[in-house]
Design a protein around this ligand. Structure first.
Ligand SMILES: Cc1ncc(COP(=O)(O)O)c(C=O)c1O
Length: 380
């Protein structure tokens, strides 16, 4: 089956008990045993739950992986993955990853004896030079949040495979509709399902997709041992979102291209970051490895922070809020919002300036979105 069909039919659908076409929400903590030592396949919802299982099977098929696991949040998924490692291990991560990912690595996992190097993943040499005998994981995010930098996934996987290093990719921005990291040999895929997979800003969640029996067993063990799983109702909301993922992603992208072109032609805009623009340094790689460029556009306004603050206060259709990937258009100021947890020096080093604004372009009428950006910028 093809992507659009899998998004609607993967997993046990219709439900085996009564034939419900919409996946039932098994809102239960526990399952009654048939006999001593005999269950109907489920015993306790932390370990596994039938609603969660449909979501897990769906995302595994969409990412073309071995198995999927659903978590309470994207960060719960990431925290669980980091527990595949042990004290003394070294991780190389993109330097412009989501602020919460940076915080998890730098302010939490470091205290458990993991060591991190953050770098721009755009050169084979830089990555190879950073590898140490204890390097166990390469963490990538592409397009990155909020700068939309593009990592050549094939190149990073090639470096990692030669040295037996695990590769993990945060595929939240592209979604499997536009990019399937496992096709390029990535070992583990993580998502914040809070974003495009759910798509309606009404849930926080995460998933991990594995590629080997060993990783599947280990992630299942950690999810159960750490209790980081998603609730049945949240899984149902994400499942419902995934059913329309292909049509939503197409429209997000179409609107984002129009917004990026509008901003690129505006004299008040200093720089636009969108991999779909030919001027973007990662455009050629993005064109090769992705099926579309996504729905997030970042840009810098001319005129300093005062101008930026005025813009942020004035938008009406774009709501000033964290998160992205929903039907609602959102505007974010990374320096004070999503990436405030990154130290200022690190933000400045990687290029997240005070003038940077991130737009999650939603599914409203494109003319209303452009009008909103125009009126928020005026008077120039
Ligand atoms: C790329 C990326 N990864 C992970 C996360 C964390 O996900 P959650 O907020 O669901 O914990 C986010 C949240 O913004 C994100 O943008």
């Amino acid at each position: 089956m093809r992507f659009e069909t899998l998004a609607i039919h993967a997993g046990e659908r219709p439900d085996a008990t009564f034939g419900a076409i919409s996946v039932p929400i098994y809102q239960t903590s526990t399952f009654v045993f048939e006999d001593v030592g005999k269950t109907k396949g489920y015993d306790y919802s932390r370990t596994a739950n039938p609603t969660r299982k449909v979501l897990e099977d769906t995302i595994a098929q969409l990412e073309e992986g071995k198995a999927g696991f659903a978590f309470a949040t994207g960060m719960a998924a990431e925290a669980t993955v980091m527990h595949l490692l042990k004290a003394g291990d070294h991780v190389i991560s993109g330097d412009d990853v989501y602020g919460g990912t940076y915080r998890l690595f730098q302010n939490v996992m470091c205290d458990f004896g993991l060591e991190f190097t953050f770098l721009r993943m755009d050169s084979r040499r830089t990555i190879e030079e950073a590898i140490k005998p204890n390097t166990k994981m390469l963490w990538l995010e592409t397009p990155s949040n909020p700068l939309l930098n593009i990592v050549d996934v094939e190149m990073v996987v090639d470096i990692a495979k030669k040295r037996n290093i695990l590769t993990v990719m945060d595929n939240t921005f592209a979604t499997p509709y536009f990019l399937r990291p496992i096709e390029y040999g990535v070992d583990l895929v993580v998502h914040s399902t809070t974003k495009y997979l759910n798509g309606h800003c009404d849930v926080v969640g995460g998933v991990v997709v594995t590629t080997t029996d060993e990783l599947t067993e280990r992630v299942q063990f950690l999810l159960n041992a750490m209790g980081t799983c998603a609730s049945p109702f949240d899984c149902w909301l994400v499942l419902r979102g995934i059913e329309t993922l292909p049509v939503r992603m197409k429209q997000h992208e179409q609107n984002a291209i129009a917004v990026a072109n509008y901003l690129a032609g505006h004299p008040g805009v200093k720089r636009v970051f969108y991999p779909g623009l030919e001027s973007h340094p990662g455009h050629e790689i993005a064109k090769r490895q992705m099926r579309g460029f996504g729905g997030v556009v970042s840009f810098e306004l001319k005129g300093g922070t005062e101008r930026v603050n005025t813009f942020l206060k004035r938008t009406k259709v774009f709501s000033l809020a964290e998160s992205l990937g929903g039907v609602f258009s959102l505007v974010d100021h990374p320096a004070t919002m999503t990436h405030a947890s990154m130290p200022k020096e690190h933000r400045e080093k990687v290029g997240i300036t005070e003038e940077l604004i991130r737009l999650s372009v939603g599914l409203e009428n494109i003319d209303d979105l452009i009008d909103d950006l125009r009126q928020a910028r005026a008077p120039s």
